[in-house]
Design a protein around this ligand. Structure first.
Ligand code: BG6
Length: 488
């Protein structure tokens, strides 16, 4: 999170020819390259099962950048950093060859023994790859260097598998070497949530059960499952969005003020929040899947009609639930969560609904006085804040009107926001774990989900293009009190 250039190292990407690498990792590394944030001698080694030469991998990367709208001389200097090696199996011989390749790169580019391994792999490949690295000693930092491991989501499918994966990782790597990615933590506005809370004393003094009536987190996407049914149907909204991204947002909203702005202090406070959340009971959650409907005037098929979705699927594309953080700060304040695909718009938003004025003078005088002040933190698509409160309309008779006070990132800081992966890759290369998830956090968040996994509520249906099924309406702040915040 600081502005220095990352130290020279070799970044090894497992799954380098996969979708994430093509769409996110290579463009993010390119942007860091152009911004001068990568050491000039840093090298990137792509690894995957496919046979390819270095040059073919450079062509693959150039095409990926091209698709991301990136061309020109910088693209040439960037792809010159790229190398490739195929590991068709997880046999130890392959990892020995990998070690030799890393050593020869280090000699050729006079690099210190700094290694970052990025696992952009299907979950079943995590454990064999980690074990392979360990068996040939690539887990151990050499004298004067460092070794880091970046692991993509999903980290386990439930409490048991997450614990087992943590055990495998810890057999070979120390927690201080591990960077579990949750790309939501790399979003600028998510980071700003911490700054907003911790740099402005008035916010903290209202950020508690005395002042806050309820919190609502909405993560809506207008896209459907697209071509990802093979993955998504085994996952659903609970595993795909709630256990990771949304639980991370909950921790940042609910955590206590840390003792410093350091990775350890922040992650310690986040873990305390997770430990204070009781497992969510099936009666406090609604699962549903989208049926056919209309988005932006276009008819779209229902989930069961999407390519690759089994006809008897019981997977949810929407999850609405209520949870409570049983801490002194938040006891009794409901946290309402809703996330779904095929909603009317892409929107990620945290709404903090404050308690209304204790005495309602103006109502007694015949004015309409709205009940709650709502602070909305919009994470996407239009990053910013808005706070809605009552003012007097000029003139007579006395009349109140609800107006927003708004701050839009785009208005104040025109230009593109850094992409999450750009931020997170750099943090991993710089050894800053603040925006990565600790192993204990993952386990606690699966613990919170356990009853929903063991006894999932039945799957209801909602028409595509709506904010979810009516059966979930009681798990939300009434729309009339959100001041159109979700819908404008
Ligand atoms: C991913 C999920 O982790 O996050 C996807 O697997 C989802 O299903 C995506 O679409 C949403 O990310 P963002 O940054 O577009 O909100």
């Amino acid at each position: 999170m600081d502005a220095t250039t990352a130290e020279p190292s070799v970044l090894t990407i497992f799954g380098a020819t996969g979708d994430l690498s093509r769409r996110k990792l290579l463009p993010a590394l390119y942007r860091n390259h152009v911004a001068g944030r990568l050491a000039p001698s840093m090298q990137i080694l792509g690894v995957s099962r496919r046979q390819m030469s270095d040059d073919e991998f450079r062509v693959f990367a150039t095409e990926a950048l091209d698709k991301a709208g990136i061309t020109g001389p910088d693209a040439h200097s960037f792809v010159a950093r790229l190398h490739y090696t195929a590991t068709p199996t997880s046999h130890i011989e392959e990892f020995r060859k990998l070690r030799e390749r890393l050593e020869s790169l280090r000699r050729a580019y006079q690099l210190p023994p700094n290694n970052c391994f990025y696992l952009s792999l299907p979950p079943r490949a995590f454990a064999p790859t980690i074990a392979g690295l360990g068996q040939v000693g690539l887990n151990e930092p050499a004298t004067g260097g460092w070794t880091r491991l970046v692991v993509e989501k999903p980290f386990g499918r439930d409490l048991q598998t997450a614990q087992a994966l943590n055990d495998t990782v810890h057999e070979f790597f120390d927690e201080s070497q591990i960077y579990r990615i949750d790309h939501y933590l790399g979003k600028e506005t998510v980071q700003n949530l911490l700054v907003f809370r911790l740099a402005n004393a008035f916010v903290e003094s209202s950020w508690n059960r005395e002042r806050v009536d309820s919190v609502q987190i909405t993560v809506g996407e207008s896209l459907g499952v697209g071509t990802r049914a093979g993955y998504y149907d085994h996952s659903g909204a609970l595993r795909d969005m709630f256990q990771n991204h949304i639980m991370q947002l909950v921790t940042l909203v609910a955590m206590e003020v840390p003792s410093s702005f350091s990775a350890d202090a922040i992650r310690y406070e986040k873990l305390k929040v997770l430990k204070s959340i009781a497992p969510i009971l099936p009666g406090d959650a609604v699962r549903a899947r989208y049926g056919p409907g209309t988005i932006d005037g276009q008819s779209v098929p229902g989930y069961l009609d999407e390519d690759g979705v089994p006809a008897d699927s019981q997977t949810e594309t929407f999850l609405g639930l209520r949870l409570g953080v049983e801490s002194w700060r938040w006891q009794g304040v409901p946290f309402y969560i809703r996330t779904g695909k095929r909603m009317p718009a892409k929107t990620t938003q945290i709404a903090i609904r404050f308690r209304g004025a204790p005495v309602r003078f103006f109502e007694r005088m015949g004015c309409q006085q709205d009940t709650a002040d709502v602070l909305t933190l919009s994470l996407q698509p239009n990053e910013g804040f808005s706070f809605h409160f009552d003012i007097k309309v000029p003139g007579n008779p006395l009349k109140l009107e609800r107006v927003p006070l708004t701050f839009g990132y785009g208005d104040r800081f025109p230009g593109a926001m850094p992409d999450s992966y750009q931020t997170l890759l750099l943090d991993a290369l710089q050894g800053d774990q603040t925006l990565f998830v600790h192993g204990d956090e993952v386990v606690e968040s699966w613990r919170v989900c356990a009853p929903l996994i063991e006894s999932p509520p039945p799957v209801d249906e909602y028409p595509a293009g709506t904010w979810g099924p009516t059966s979930a309406e009681h798990l939300a702040i009434p729309e009339s009190e959100l001041w159109q915040a979700t819908h404008d």
